[in-house]
Structure formats: C-alpha cells, structure tokens
Design a protein around this ligand. Structure first.
Ligand SMILES: Nc1ncnc2c1ncn2[C@@H]1O[C@H](COP(=O)(O)OP(=O)(O)OP(=O)(O)O)[C@@H](O)[C@H]1O
Ligand SMILES: [Mg+2]
Length: 327
C-alpha cells in the first residue's frame, strides 16, 4: 500500500466511498459527508426512523477504514460505568481489576442516545469531548481515531431525554439517511440481501485502508488543505447571519464556525483539492449548523425547521470569487 499523500488522497477517498456504497444503498453525498466528519475526527448524530440502515452503515464504514467497531444501546437504566467501564473486585488475588467499557474503540455506534437519562448521556459526551475517560480517579486516553456515530429517533417522544443544546453542539454534523429515494433503490436493497445470504454482510467486507493510514488522511486534511481568508470571511458571515435572522432565538456559536471550517477542509480533500472552495462550505453548512440554532418559540410551534433558516441565509451571502492558494 502506498503512503497516503496529496497525490493519492482523492483516490483513497473515492475507494472508501465506493466500498461503502457497494453495500449501503443511498445517496453518495451522505457518504461523502460522513467521510468528511470522520476525517475531521468529528461525531455525527443521525436523526432517523428505525430500519433505514444506520447500523449497517456504521459497521461497514468502520470496517472499510480499518477501524475497531463498538456499539452501545442506550436504555433508561444504563449507567455511566456501562459506557466507560469500572473496577471489578477479583477475590482470587484480592485486588480490583480494570474493566474497560465499550467506549474504548475507534468508531462507537451510540444507539438511541436520547433514551438514557442525562447523567449517562453526560458520561458519553464527556468522553466525546475530552477523548479520554476517568475511571475511579485514573485517566485513560482513548485510542485514535475516535468518533461517535449516535442515533436518535425523531418520533419517539415518550420516555426520552432530549439532548440539551449545549450537548448537541458537541456533534460536528447532524445527518439524516432518509428513506430509499426510488423504486430502484428499494429493489437493490432486497437484491443485495438475496446475494449476501445473510442480514449482516460486514464480515465479508475488506478494508480499503488501515486505521493508521486513516490517521494520515486526517492529518492531511488538518495540515495540508489551504483555506483562504476570503472563505473564512464567508463562513463568518454565514454564522453571523444565523444569529441575526428574525426567526432565530439563538444562532450558531463560534464553535459552529470552527466546525464548518474543519469539515469544509475535509470535503476539499475528498474532492481532490488542496484548497477550499465556496461550494464545499455551501454543501455542508446545513448539516453543520442546523442543530446549533434555536428558533423562536412561535416558529417551533409553527413547525419551522432550522435547516430552512440556513437554506435561506446562504443565497443571500455573496460567495467569494478568489480563494485559491496565494503564493
Ligand atoms: N440503505 C440501505 N442499504 C442497504 N441495506 C439496507 C438499507 N436500509 C436498510 N437496509 C437493510 O435493512 C435492515 C435494517 O437495517 P439496520 O439494522 O441497519 O437499520 P437501523 O437504521 O440500524 O435500524 P434501527 O433504528 O432499528 O436500529 C438490514 O438488514 C439492512 O441491511
Ligand atoms: Mg440499528
């Protein structure tokens, strides 16, 4: 395998997306966005109905990028120790043994995160933020890459603990897989199942790169993709416009701007450029910003969605015309 650098980054990214698309049926733009978040080592929240392929996508993606996969089903009785682990008494040698929890992995699928009480949510969100956990006073670093793919069901309101806005801000992107878009997609899902002879084909999928190479790709996005001041200005204007919009109570924080900057650079890398163009920002802005905006109460009652605000804001901000690397 060749060393990951700018000359082959695009090819690697294309192969990653293709390998996932060979299993998961859906929009390749979603896969591009998921890969962008992963390259930024960022956490993704999927808001989707059951049975749309979230578990399948998480497993396949993890495998394709050569990473370790873990899953936690969040329930009302889950405890922080069920996530991070704890010390267990061993009578044989009269000592406490450290048992690491499922958070010690590379990609963690956190299913139905809003079905667990705040204290348990906080344990996960802390690990997401700090990328380390403290078990009985001892700090343990998590292995890199580490990112969480969390799911929440948009219909189940009863017995749920919606994530507070401050916690939502921890997610780099909020995505939605949605239903198959065409009859053809619907049929393809069934046909693939017939071919696989099993529900879960993930074991038969081979990785495109190793976890170590994936780390190099991450570093390339962080260190090698140029972002012009005109693009930073563009991002700043978009974020500021969310704060000044008349339907909005609280707009995006500077963390939102930083997130938009990070993911745009990753998208540029995926698309084979070593500099960001305004279209990278436009493509990803609704997914980065919508969960960071709180609408006015009247608007929430009216059923307005934060995405609408962002879709309205973007065309009104002139995109910069010069943004290529300046020597
Ligand atoms: N877009 C898709 N492409 C390929 N297979 C799919 C797709 N959507 C659903 N499936 C198939 O449907 C079944 C259910 O998918 P999966 O378990 O991944 O859904 P889920 O979103 O995780 O559901 P839940 O919310 O109940 O956990 C799997 O066998 C999966 O292979
Ligand atoms: Mg699932």
């Amino acid at each position: 395998m060749k060393k990951v650098d700018f000359n082959n980054a695009r090819e690697y990214c294309e192969r990653i997306i293709q390998a996932v698309a060979d299993v998961f049926v859906g929009d390749n733009v979603i896969l591009e966005k998921l890969l962008a978040a992963a390259l930024a080592n960022g956490h993704v929240l999927f808001e989707d109905y059951p049975g749309l392929g979230k578990t399948l996508l998480a497993k396949i993606f993890t495998r394709v990028v050569g990473c370790k996969y873990g899953r936690i089903q969040f329930t009302p009785d889950l405890l922080p120790a069920d996530i991070i682990g704890g010390k267990v008494w061993r009578p044989i040698d009269s000592s406490f043994e450290l048992v690491k929890g499922p958070v010690f992995t590379n990609v963690l699928l956190a299913d139905e995160i809003n079905r667990t009480p705040p204290k348990t949510q906080a344990a996960l969100l802390e690990a997401m933020q700090e990328r380390r956990v403290t078990i009985e006073g001892e700090t343990h670093e998590l292995e890199m890459p580490f990112f969480v793919l969390a799911t929440q069901n948009p219909i189940e309101q009863e017995g749920t603990y919606p994530l507070p806005e401050a916690q939502l801000d921890r997610f780099l992107l909020k995505l939605s897989l949605g239903y198959p878009r065409t009859d053809d997609e619907e049929i393809t899902i069934m046909e693939r199942r017939i071919r696989w002879l099993k529900d879960d084909p993930s074991e038969d999928v081979s990785s495109v790169i190793s976890a170590e190479e994936f780390l190099s790709l991450q570093a390339l996005a962080e260190e090698g993709v140029y972002i012009d001041r005109s693009i930073l200005d563009y991002i700043g204007k978009i974020v500021r416009a969310t704060r000044e919009h008349n339907l909005v109570e609280i707009g995006s924080s500077p963390r939102g701007a930083l997130s938009l900057m990070k993911v745009s650079r990753c998208l540029a890398l995926i698309r084979g450029r070593d500099y960001v163009v305004p279209d990278d920002v436009k493509t990803i802005a609704p997914d980065v910003l919508s969960h960071r905006i709180i609408l006015r109460v009247e608007e929430i009652m009216e059923g307005t969605r934060p995405q609408q605000v962002i879709e309205e804001v973007i065309p009104n901000i002139p995109a910069p015309l010069e943004y290529a690397r300046r020597e």
